[in-house]
Design a binder for this molecule. Structure first.
Ligand code: SF4
Ligand code: SF4
Length: 129
């Protein structure tokens, strides 16, 4: 847990010092949609490697308690759902949730953030007034 929090603090501190172009606005409506299908992207080489795929799936399933839904070979994605998502769409492991959940929606340095339909978050371009 200490490493999760430390990683989170350092990630967010870096983003405060070196600001991202896109700034997150809005807030979570707690609909739970982002926990139903979690897409993790790989490189084409990683997707092609059966050993890498198996290790990645086993590691992510063990570390995050995610459950593999599908492998999208066309878009180089692994799709997971989560053991901790309750029927009500809430997180059943909120205190211990991993950083991937704490930092969602992810604001990248370069790409415009994407949101699921109905998500309460938006992004504002800092360069546009
Ligand atoms: S999709 Fe958006 S609004 Fe819904 S739970 Fe995830 S972050 Fe919150
Ligand atoms: S740990 Fe909680 S926040 Fe993260 S995917 Fe699972 S239910 Fe969602």
């Amino acid at each position: 847990m200490i490493f999760v929090l430390l990683d989170n603090v350092l990630t967010n501190l870096t983003k405060k010092i070196f600001r991202t172009r896109w700034q997150l606005t809005g807030k979570c409506r707690q609909c739970g949609n982002c926990c139903k299908k979690i897409i993790l992207t790989m490189t084409p080489a990683q997707t092609k490697s059966p050993i890498f795929r198996q290790i990645a799936i086993a590691w992510i399933s063990w570390l995050f308690d995610f459950i593999l839904l599908e492998i999208d070979y066309q878009h180089n994605n692994l799709a997971f759902t989560c053991q901790h998502l309750t029927k009500e769409g809430k997180c059943g492991n909120y205190f211990w949730r991993p950083n991937i959940c704490r930092n969602y929606p992810l604001v990248d340095y370069f790409a415009e953030p994407k949101f699921l339909p109905g998500c309460g978050f938006n992004a504002r371009d800092r360069d546009r007034r």
